[in-house]
Design a protein around this ligand. Structure first.
Ligand code: F6P
Length: 327
Protein backbone atom coordinates (compact mmCIF):
# COMPACT_ATOMS: atom_id res chain seq x y z
CA UNK A 1 0.00 0.00 0.00
CA UNK A 2 3.04 2.25 0.39
CA UNK A 3 1.66 3.84 3.50
CA UNK A 4 2.44 2.46 6.93
CA UNK A 5 -0.17 3.13 9.57
CA UNK A 6 1.51 3.75 12.90
CA UNK A 7 -1.11 5.93 14.54
CA UNK A 8 -4.84 6.22 14.05
CA UNK A 9 -7.28 8.86 15.28
CA UNK A 10 -10.80 7.85 16.28
CA UNK A 11 -13.83 10.10 16.69
CA UNK A 12 -17.61 9.97 16.97
CA UNK A 13 -19.71 12.54 15.15
CA UNK A 14 -23.36 13.46 14.55
CA UNK A 15 -26.19 12.03 16.66
CA UNK A 16 -24.96 9.58 19.28
CA UNK A 17 -26.08 5.96 19.05
CA UNK A 18 -25.98 3.10 21.55
CA UNK A 19 -23.03 0.89 20.71
CA UNK A 20 -20.68 3.73 19.75
CA UNK A 21 -18.68 2.99 22.91
CA UNK A 22 -18.41 -0.66 21.96
CA UNK A 23 -17.08 0.49 18.59
CA UNK A 24 -14.53 2.86 20.18
CA UNK A 25 -13.40 0.00 22.42
CA UNK A 26 -13.04 -2.40 19.49
CA UNK A 27 -11.13 0.11 17.36
CA UNK A 28 -8.79 1.01 20.23
CA UNK A 29 -8.06 -2.54 21.33
CA UNK A 30 -7.68 -3.99 17.82
CA UNK A 31 -5.31 -1.16 16.91
CA UNK A 32 -3.17 -1.68 20.00
CA UNK A 33 -3.24 -5.46 19.46
CA UNK A 34 -1.74 -4.74 16.02
CA UNK A 35 0.92 -2.40 17.38
CA UNK A 36 -0.86 0.77 16.20
CA UNK A 37 -1.10 3.81 18.51
CA UNK A 38 -4.50 5.39 19.15
CA UNK A 39 -5.35 9.05 19.50
CA UNK A 40 -8.85 9.77 20.75
CA UNK A 41 -10.42 12.86 19.26
CA UNK A 42 -13.13 14.42 21.42
CA UNK A 43 -16.30 16.09 20.06
CA UNK A 44 -16.03 14.83 16.51
CA UNK A 45 -14.69 17.09 13.77
CA UNK A 46 -15.17 20.04 16.12
CA UNK A 47 -12.58 18.55 18.46
CA UNK A 48 -10.28 17.76 15.57
CA UNK A 49 -10.29 21.45 14.71
CA UNK A 50 -10.01 22.51 18.38
CA UNK A 51 -7.15 20.03 18.98
CA UNK A 52 -9.00 18.02 21.62
CA UNK A 53 -6.83 14.99 20.99
CA UNK A 54 -5.37 12.61 23.58
CA UNK A 55 -3.52 9.28 23.64
CA UNK A 56 -5.67 6.24 24.36
CA UNK A 57 -4.52 2.98 25.92
CA UNK A 58 -6.51 -0.22 26.40
CA UNK A 59 -7.59 0.89 29.89
CA UNK A 60 -9.21 4.05 28.49
CA UNK A 61 -11.90 1.84 27.01
CA UNK A 62 -12.46 -0.43 30.00
CA UNK A 63 -16.03 -0.78 31.27
CA UNK A 64 -17.64 1.12 28.40
CA UNK A 65 -19.06 -1.68 26.24
CA UNK A 66 -22.35 -1.55 28.13
CA UNK A 67 -22.70 2.25 28.17
CA UNK A 68 -24.96 4.22 25.85
CA UNK A 69 -23.87 7.55 24.34
CA UNK A 70 -20.23 8.12 23.45
CA UNK A 71 -17.35 8.64 25.87
CA UNK A 72 -15.68 10.71 23.14
CA UNK A 73 -18.66 13.11 23.06
CA UNK A 74 -20.07 14.17 19.75
CA UNK A 75 -20.98 17.28 17.79
CA UNK A 76 -22.18 18.51 14.43
CA UNK A 77 -19.43 20.85 13.24
CA UNK A 78 -20.28 23.76 10.95
CA UNK A 79 -16.62 24.75 10.75
CA UNK A 80 -15.63 21.40 9.24
CA UNK A 81 -17.93 22.24 6.33
CA UNK A 82 -15.51 25.03 5.41
CA UNK A 83 -12.17 24.78 3.61
CA UNK A 84 -10.53 26.81 6.39
CA UNK A 85 -11.93 24.51 9.09
CA UNK A 86 -10.67 21.41 7.34
CA UNK A 87 -7.24 22.99 6.91
CA UNK A 88 -6.94 23.48 10.68
CA UNK A 89 -8.17 19.91 11.19
CA UNK A 90 -5.45 18.62 8.88
CA UNK A 91 -2.78 20.70 10.66
CA UNK A 92 -3.77 18.91 13.87
CA UNK A 93 -3.55 15.57 12.14
CA UNK A 94 0.02 16.39 11.14
CA UNK A 95 0.80 17.72 14.61
CA UNK A 96 -0.31 14.44 16.24
CA UNK A 97 1.24 12.32 13.49
CA UNK A 98 -2.08 10.63 12.77
CA UNK A 99 -1.79 8.42 9.67
CA UNK A 100 -5.45 7.44 9.32
CA UNK A 101 -8.83 8.29 10.78
CA UNK A 102 -11.70 6.10 11.96
CA UNK A 103 -14.93 8.06 12.05
CA UNK A 104 -18.06 6.67 13.70
CA UNK A 105 -21.33 8.31 12.68
CA UNK A 106 -23.95 8.67 9.98
CA UNK A 107 -24.31 10.29 6.57
CA UNK A 108 -23.19 13.77 7.70
CA UNK A 109 -20.06 12.25 9.21
CA UNK A 110 -19.24 10.35 6.01
CA UNK A 111 -19.97 13.32 3.74
CA UNK A 112 -17.39 15.29 5.74
CA UNK A 113 -14.97 12.35 5.66
CA UNK A 114 -15.25 12.01 1.91
CA UNK A 115 -14.37 15.65 1.23
CA UNK A 116 -11.56 15.64 3.80
CA UNK A 117 -10.04 12.45 2.38
CA UNK A 118 -10.12 13.89 -1.13
CA UNK A 119 -8.55 17.18 -0.11
CA UNK A 120 -5.75 15.78 2.03
CA UNK A 121 -5.30 12.23 0.77
CA UNK A 122 -5.68 10.76 4.23
CA UNK A 123 -7.06 7.23 4.65
CA UNK A 124 -10.42 7.28 6.43
CA UNK A 125 -12.57 4.33 7.46
CA UNK A 126 -16.16 4.89 8.59
CA UNK A 127 -18.24 2.86 11.01
CA UNK A 128 -22.01 3.25 10.62
CA UNK A 129 -23.21 4.65 13.96
CA UNK A 130 -26.77 5.91 13.78
CA UNK A 131 -30.12 4.79 15.12
CA UNK A 132 -31.72 5.68 11.76
CA UNK A 133 -30.32 2.71 9.75
CA UNK A 134 -30.36 4.98 6.71
CA UNK A 135 -26.95 4.12 5.23
CA UNK A 136 -26.73 2.17 2.00
CA UNK A 137 -24.61 -0.95 1.65
CA UNK A 138 -25.23 -2.30 5.12
CA UNK A 139 -28.15 -4.27 6.53
CA UNK A 140 -27.92 -2.47 9.82
CA UNK A 141 -26.16 0.31 11.69
CA UNK A 142 -24.76 0.48 15.22
CA UNK A 143 -27.54 1.70 17.53
CA UNK A 144 -30.50 0.78 15.37
CA UNK A 145 -31.38 -2.46 17.15
CA UNK A 146 -31.26 -0.82 20.59
CA UNK A 147 -33.43 2.09 19.45
CA UNK A 148 -35.91 -0.33 17.92
CA UNK A 149 -36.19 -2.17 21.23
CA UNK A 150 -36.51 1.06 23.18
CA UNK A 151 -39.35 2.17 20.91
CA UNK A 152 -41.08 -1.21 21.11
CA UNK A 153 -40.97 -1.17 24.91
CA UNK A 154 -42.39 2.36 24.98
CA UNK A 155 -45.20 1.47 22.56
CA UNK A 156 -46.15 -1.54 24.70
CA UNK A 157 -46.69 0.85 27.61
CA UNK A 158 -48.69 3.32 25.54
CA UNK A 159 -50.87 0.46 24.31
CA UNK A 160 -52.10 -0.15 27.88
CA UNK A 161 -53.49 3.34 28.19
CA UNK A 162 -54.66 3.50 24.55
CA UNK A 163 -56.68 0.37 25.11
CA UNK A 164 -58.10 1.47 28.49
CA UNK A 165 -59.34 4.77 27.04
CA UNK A 166 -60.16 3.39 23.59
CA UNK A 167 -58.03 6.02 21.92
CA UNK A 168 -56.08 6.43 18.74
CA UNK A 169 -52.41 7.20 19.40
CA UNK A 170 -49.98 8.70 16.93
CA UNK A 171 -46.52 7.86 18.24
CA UNK A 172 -43.69 9.80 16.64
CA UNK A 173 -40.31 8.15 16.26
CA UNK A 174 -36.99 9.40 14.91
CA UNK A 175 -35.47 8.44 11.60
CA UNK A 176 -34.69 11.73 9.93
CA UNK A 177 -35.86 10.92 6.38
CA UNK A 178 -35.97 7.17 6.81
CA UNK A 179 -38.85 4.95 7.90
CA UNK A 180 -36.91 1.92 9.14
CA UNK A 181 -37.45 2.65 12.82
CA UNK A 182 -41.15 3.34 12.26
CA UNK A 183 -41.86 0.35 10.04
CA UNK A 184 -40.00 -2.17 12.16
CA UNK A 185 -41.20 -0.86 15.52
CA UNK A 186 -44.76 -0.91 14.15
CA UNK A 187 -44.32 -4.55 13.16
CA UNK A 188 -42.69 -5.45 16.48
CA UNK A 189 -45.34 -3.71 18.59
CA UNK A 190 -48.35 -4.85 16.58
CA UNK A 191 -49.26 -1.31 15.57
CA UNK A 192 -51.96 -0.55 13.00
CA UNK A 193 -49.67 1.21 10.58
CA UNK A 194 -46.44 3.08 10.03
CA UNK A 195 -46.52 6.45 8.32
CA UNK A 196 -43.13 6.76 6.69
CA UNK A 197 -41.29 9.32 4.53
CA UNK A 198 -40.59 6.81 1.75
CA UNK A 199 -44.31 6.71 0.89
CA UNK A 200 -45.08 10.40 1.40
CA UNK A 201 -45.10 11.28 -2.26
CA UNK A 202 -46.80 8.08 -3.39
CA UNK A 203 -49.96 8.08 -1.34
CA UNK A 204 -51.90 9.98 1.32
CA UNK A 205 -51.06 7.47 4.01
CA UNK A 206 -53.58 8.83 6.53
CA UNK A 207 -56.43 8.65 4.07
CA UNK A 208 -55.30 5.19 3.00
CA UNK A 209 -55.43 4.07 6.61
CA UNK A 210 -58.96 5.32 7.17
CA UNK A 211 -60.31 4.07 3.87
CA UNK A 212 -58.80 0.60 4.41
CA UNK A 213 -61.34 0.12 7.17
CA UNK A 214 -58.89 1.08 9.88
CA UNK A 215 -60.10 0.10 13.38
CA UNK A 216 -62.92 -2.12 12.14
CA UNK A 217 -62.41 -4.73 14.78
CA UNK A 218 -60.85 -2.65 17.51
CA UNK A 219 -61.48 0.27 19.78
CA UNK A 220 -57.95 1.48 20.27
CA UNK A 221 -55.21 1.95 17.74
CA UNK A 222 -51.53 2.72 17.56
CA UNK A 223 -50.01 4.38 14.50
CA UNK A 224 -46.23 4.89 14.40
CA UNK A 225 -45.15 8.01 12.54
CA UNK A 226 -41.68 9.05 11.38
CA UNK A 227 -40.76 12.63 12.25
CA UNK A 228 -41.30 14.66 9.08
CA UNK A 229 -41.56 18.23 7.96
CA UNK A 230 -43.90 17.17 5.17
CA UNK A 231 -46.56 15.42 7.25
CA UNK A 232 -45.83 17.50 10.35
CA UNK A 233 -45.13 14.24 12.16
CA UNK A 234 -47.51 12.95 14.81
CA UNK A 235 -48.79 16.43 15.68
CA UNK A 236 -49.50 17.23 12.03
CA UNK A 237 -51.49 14.04 11.56
CA UNK A 238 -53.41 14.54 14.81
CA UNK A 239 -54.42 18.03 13.69
CA UNK A 240 -55.65 16.61 10.40
CA UNK A 241 -57.64 13.91 12.20
CA UNK A 242 -59.34 16.49 14.42
CA UNK A 243 -60.61 18.27 11.32
CA UNK A 244 -61.22 15.37 8.93
CA UNK A 245 -62.32 12.66 11.38
CA UNK A 246 -63.43 14.27 14.63
CA UNK A 247 -65.08 11.00 15.76
CA UNK A 248 -61.68 9.67 16.89
CA UNK A 249 -60.27 10.41 20.34
CA UNK A 250 -56.70 11.16 19.31
CA UNK A 251 -53.58 11.48 21.41
CA UNK A 252 -49.95 12.11 20.46
CA UNK A 253 -46.71 10.83 21.99
CA UNK A 254 -43.36 12.02 20.72
CA UNK A 255 -40.73 9.59 21.94
CA UNK A 256 -37.85 12.00 21.23
CA UNK A 257 -34.33 11.51 22.52
CA UNK A 258 -35.23 8.61 24.79
CA UNK A 259 -34.75 6.61 21.57
CA UNK A 260 -31.06 7.46 21.38
CA UNK A 261 -30.13 6.58 24.96
CA UNK A 262 -29.69 3.47 27.03
CA UNK A 263 -27.41 0.49 27.23
CA UNK A 264 -26.80 -1.07 23.80
CA UNK A 265 -28.43 -4.40 22.97
CA UNK A 266 -26.25 -7.50 22.64
CA UNK A 267 -26.74 -7.25 18.87
CA UNK A 268 -25.42 -3.67 18.75
CA UNK A 269 -22.45 -4.54 20.96
CA UNK A 270 -21.59 -7.46 18.70
CA UNK A 271 -21.82 -5.59 15.40
CA UNK A 272 -19.92 -2.63 16.89
CA UNK A 273 -17.16 -4.97 18.06
CA UNK A 274 -16.94 -6.78 14.74
CA UNK A 275 -17.08 -3.59 12.67
CA UNK A 276 -14.54 -1.83 14.93
CA UNK A 277 -12.08 -4.69 14.53
CA UNK A 278 -12.79 -4.81 10.78
CA UNK A 279 -11.92 -1.12 10.45
CA UNK A 280 -8.36 -1.79 11.61
CA UNK A 281 -8.08 -4.89 9.42
CA UNK A 282 -9.27 -2.81 6.45
CA UNK A 283 -6.60 -0.18 7.09
CA UNK A 284 -3.94 -2.87 7.32
CA UNK A 285 -5.13 -4.15 3.93
CA UNK A 286 -4.66 -0.67 2.48
CA UNK A 287 -8.36 0.17 2.23
CA UNK A 288 -9.37 3.81 2.45
CA UNK A 289 -12.46 5.97 2.15
CA UNK A 290 -14.90 3.19 2.84
CA UNK A 291 -17.56 2.47 5.40
CA UNK A 292 -17.55 -0.93 7.09
CA UNK A 293 -20.96 -2.50 6.50
CA UNK A 294 -22.57 -5.80 7.27
CA UNK A 295 -24.58 -7.79 4.74
CA UNK A 296 -26.01 -11.19 5.66
CA UNK A 297 -23.86 -11.17 8.79
CA UNK A 298 -20.65 -10.69 6.80
CA UNK A 299 -18.38 -7.66 6.87
CA UNK A 300 -18.36 -5.67 3.62
CA UNK A 301 -16.54 -2.54 2.44
CA UNK A 302 -18.76 0.22 1.11
CA UNK A 303 -17.32 3.33 -0.61
CA UNK A 304 -18.46 6.52 1.17
CA UNK A 305 -20.15 7.71 -2.02
CA UNK A 306 -22.36 4.62 -2.04
CA UNK A 307 -23.04 4.63 1.74
CA UNK A 308 -24.44 8.16 1.68
CA UNK A 309 -26.50 7.77 -1.46
CA UNK A 310 -30.06 8.63 -0.68
CA UNK A 311 -31.67 5.41 -1.84
CA UNK A 312 -31.80 2.77 0.87
CA UNK A 313 -35.32 1.58 0.32
CA UNK A 314 -37.76 0.09 2.76
CA UNK A 315 -39.02 -3.39 2.11
CA UNK A 316 -42.37 -3.38 0.26
CA UNK A 317 -43.07 -6.91 1.52
CA UNK A 318 -42.80 -5.62 5.06
CA UNK A 319 -45.28 -2.84 4.42
CA UNK A 320 -47.67 -5.47 3.12
CA UNK A 321 -47.14 -7.70 6.18
CA UNK A 322 -47.95 -4.79 8.47
CA UNK A 323 -51.12 -4.05 6.52
CA UNK A 324 -52.26 -7.69 6.56
CA UNK A 325 -51.60 -8.11 10.27
CA UNK A 326 -53.54 -5.02 11.25
CA UNK A 327 -57.00 -6.26 10.23
O1 F6P B 1 -29.61 10.94 13.08
C1 F6P B 1 -30.04 10.61 14.34
C2 F6P B 1 -31.18 11.46 14.80
O2 F6P B 1 -31.58 11.01 16.07
C3 F6P B 1 -32.36 11.55 13.82
O3 F6P B 1 -33.21 10.44 13.89
C4 F6P B 1 -33.00 12.84 14.25
O4 F6P B 1 -33.70 13.43 13.18
C5 F6P B 1 -31.82 13.69 14.65
O5 F6P B 1 -30.76 12.81 14.93
C6 F6P B 1 -32.06 14.60 15.82
O6 F6P B 1 -30.92 15.35 16.03
P1 F6P B 1 -30.67 16.27 17.30
O7 F6P B 1 -30.34 15.37 18.47
O8 F6P B 1 -29.52 17.12 16.92
O9 F6P B 1 -31.93 17.02 17.56
Amino acid sequence: MGYEIKTIGVLTSGGDAPGMNAAIRAVTRTAIYNGICVKAIYRGYKGLIADEIVDFQTENVSNIIQQGGTILKTARSQEFLTVEGRKIAFDNILKHQIDALIVIGGDGTFSGARVFAQEYNIPIIGLPGTIDNDLCGTDTTIGYDTALNTITNAVDKIRDTASSHERLFFIEVMGRDAGFLALNSATASGAEAAIIPERETKVDQLEELISNGFRKSKNSSIVIVTESEVTGGANGLAERMKIEHPEYDVRVTILGHIQRGGSPSAQDRIIASRMGAAAIEALKEGQRNIMIGMINDEIVYVPFTKAIKDNKSVDEEQIKVLQMLSI
